[in-house]
Ligand binder design. Sequence first.
Ligand SMILES: Cc1cc2nc3c(=O)[nH]c(=O)nc-3n(C[C@H](O)[C@H](O)[C@H](O)COP(=O)(O)OP(=O)(O)OC[C@H]3O[C@@H](n4cnc5c(N)ncnc54)[C@H](O)[C@@H]3O)c2cc1C
Length: 347
Amino acid sequence: MHLAIIGAGMAGLSAARELRQRHPDLSITIYEKSRGVGGRVATRRRNGFVFDHGAQVIKAQDEDMDRLLHTGLPTEGLRHITQPVYVFHADGTIVEGDPTLNAEPSRFYAAGLNQLGKLLAAGLDVRREIRIAALRHETGTERWMLFDANGAHAGTADAVLLTPPAPQTAEILAMSEFDPTLRDALVRELIRVPYRRCLTLTLAYDRPIERPFYALVNVDRQHPVAWLALEHTKGTERCPPGHSLLIVQMSGHFSLQQWDAPAEELASAVIEMVSMVLEEDLRRPMWYDRQGWRYALPDGVAKADMLNSTQTGLFFAGDYAVGLGRIHLAIKNGQEVARAIDAWLNR
Ligand SMILES: Cc1cc2nc3c(=O)[nH]c(=O)nc-3n(C[C@H](O)[C@H](O)[C@H](O)COP(=O)(O)OP(=O)(O)OC[C@H]3O[C@@H](n4cnc5c(N)ncnc54)[C@H](O)[C@@H]3O)c2cc1C
């Protein structure tokens, strides 16, 4: 029996690990369109700086997640954020954050949060830089053929788990050949869940920027800056001594409006806003980095039961099945769907 998994993000990798444990004889191939694993749990390196430009922290008050991080995976470099998150309002006021939320563990890896993806992927067969564009259900054998973006045959499997964000999964299905009534119903369900965009600006400075918080979050959702983190507080691995790194995540509304803005224009507008929020002149960073997340966070939830009950060998997982963009929830969802796949394979 062979399972193909599309996407090596949290959901795809955790599903593969769960199935490898339950079904040692099952062969599993993961197809990933990018060069690395981890999906939106992503880290970049530049000029001696290391920064998490996607997900920031693993924030979960969750026993399963604790077990995975502390006993299921090597713990080297696993750290806690020690400073609190403060909140800021559209009018610029900054106040201390919710003490209960701040007391919950907030974890990261010293070498970069993408360490989590690398650890989860250890020993798995991940084929990188293959974008799966379409599937075809073979009548007779009931197997699924996978095709890449050039239309080349990439593999054949008894079951396929799709884990890209809902709109991207819908695109794959729309290009696929199988029962058109079922295909249209699945696409309709998937496109019900839009994703918010997020423009992320990383700013590097050759001087210390000290504050009593690790990050600021805009709770009234009226400010164009949604999240502002002092990435250098994650430790000495993040930047040279005496330097600073700021991660600025823009609101969904601002990101959509400014998506095509030239990087320089965008950077100077963002720097202006951050200078106001932190009440410090932050013009002239050493460098800045722009990342656009077209599918950053789900704005809704799909009917996971409907998607995963087709009895055709097609399965779906990812944060849109939970309705909240969180690392631990995507991992849990991957594990849950893996159990459904296991039951289907053993039917
Ligand atoms: C800016 C930002 C900040 C965030 N901050 C946090 C945070 O601090 N804490 C937290 O818990 N969560 C955070 N999240 C949310 C969290 O990162 C996601 O909810 C979670 O990583 C989703 O995992 P996933 O496996 O569902 O999807 P993804 O990570 O999107 O994985 C899907 C994978 O599929 C691949 N793929 C897509 N299409 C194809 C194709 N056609 N063929 C092959 N491969 C394909 C993608 O490259 C990707 O690797 C943040 C997200 C963003 C964008």
